[in-house]
Design a protein around this ligand. Structure first.
Ligand code: FAD
Length: 306
């Protein structure tokens, strides 16, 4: 039984690894694919401190991985399929058999943005197609963008985009937004934001970057192309928590509920990063969460020993 297992090798998991190895814990990091996480696909990260002019997501994560390797953090390849957190020995069952156990666990399994599943979306991802206005909004200064969605996040992000873009079209499948009333009021009062009601995006077009977005009115059946430089998609974000079953308290979106110490509803289990119920999902917030989670795990292990 290890002291600590960190599940997930994105920014949160690697940061937890830095703190845990420096605390001299017997720690293992378990990663389903390769270390790096979601940010690996981003060409330019401009809002992570310490890199004036920005850094690619790939290089940022290469540096973090290099740092944990220098600290000799063992990284094990494996995917958690189910868990048993009921006793003092926290057990992780792996896909394809096998298990690992520890006194404490940090869950840093991240999340994934839902996609529209339309032509052009995957091909132009990172070349005008984005899931993150906070990350990519500033690239659209003075430009036209199409945003897709109708919930709180979609409206909040679309409003944020109006700080940069000349025009933001918000495409929504219904004739009313799902977002809270105050956000709706702000959206309707914003002259740069134009609603495209009762419509779905059916394709994202362009050779090397987004040039237009095809939308179809679900009531009339009529289609049109909206000329745009970018397409932002907010049709949901899904946490990687399916393997937890009912082991922990989750919010209604399936994100792990944790307190200010990153402690979850089960003793010895901590959460960090995008997988947590949190108001902002960014690299900087993931690493902040992870530092706290590692410190809390260390305290928990010490207390259990004594
Ligand atoms: C296109 C894009 C651009 C972005 N741009 C920016 C930006 O400019 N600035 C910024 O701050 N943020 C940006 N973000 C957000 C940022 O990537 C995330 O907030 C950050 O990666 C969260 O880190 P994390 O470690 O919590 O989770 P993740 O990065 O999602 O890492 C989770 C890891 O856990 C692993 N995992 C999942 N399930 C299991 C399992 N069952 N067993 C074992 N391992 C598992 C996954 O393989 C993955 O490696 C962007 C995101 C995207 C998608």
């Amino acid at each position: 039984m290890h002291d600590l297992i960190i599940v997930g090798g994105g920014p949160a998991g690697l940061t937890a690894g830095i703190y845990a190895t420096r605390a001299r814990l017997d720690v293992v990091l378990l990663e389903a694919t390769a270390p790096g996480g979601q940010i690996m696909v981003s060409d330019l990260v401009e809002n992570y401190p310490g890199f004036p002019g920005g850094i690619s997501g790939g290089e940022l994560m290469e540096r973090m991985t290099e740092q944990v390797k220098l600290l000799e953090l063992p990284i094990v390849s494996g995917e958690v399929a189910s868990v048993d957190f009921s006793g003092p020995e926290k057990i992780l069952h792996l896909t394809g058999g096998g298990k690992l156990s520890a006194k404490a666990v940090i869950l840093a399994t991240g999340a994934a943005h839902a996609r529209l599943g339309v032509p052009g979306e995957n091909r132009l991802f990172g070349r005008g197609v984005s899931f993150c206005a906070t990350c990519d909004g500033p690239f659209y200064r003075g430009k036209t963008v199409v945003a897709v969605g109708g919930g709180d996040t979609a409206v909040q992000e679309a409003l944020f985009l109006t700080r940069f873009a000349e025009k933001v079209y918000l495409v929504h499948r219904r004739d009313a937004l799902r977002a809270t009333r105050i956000l709706q009021e702000r959206a309707f009062a914003n002259p740069k934001l134009e609603m495209v009601w009762d419509s779905v995006a059916t394709g994202i077009n362009g050779a090397d970057g987004v040039e237009s977005v095809s939308v179809k009115n679900v009531k009339t059946g009529k289609s049109k192309d909206i000329a745009a430089d970018g397409c932002f998609i907010w049709v949901g974000i899904r946490p990687n928590t399916g393997f937890l079953g009912d082991a922990l308290v989750l919010d209604k979106g399936g994100f792990i509920v944790a307190d200010k110490h990153m402690a979850t509803s089960a003793p010895g289990i901590f959460a960090a990063g995008d997988v947590r119920d949190t108001p902002l999902r960014q690299v900087s917030t993931a690493v902040g969460d992870a530092a706290i989670a590692a410190m809390s795990a260390e305290h928990y292990i010490e207390e259990e020993k004594s």
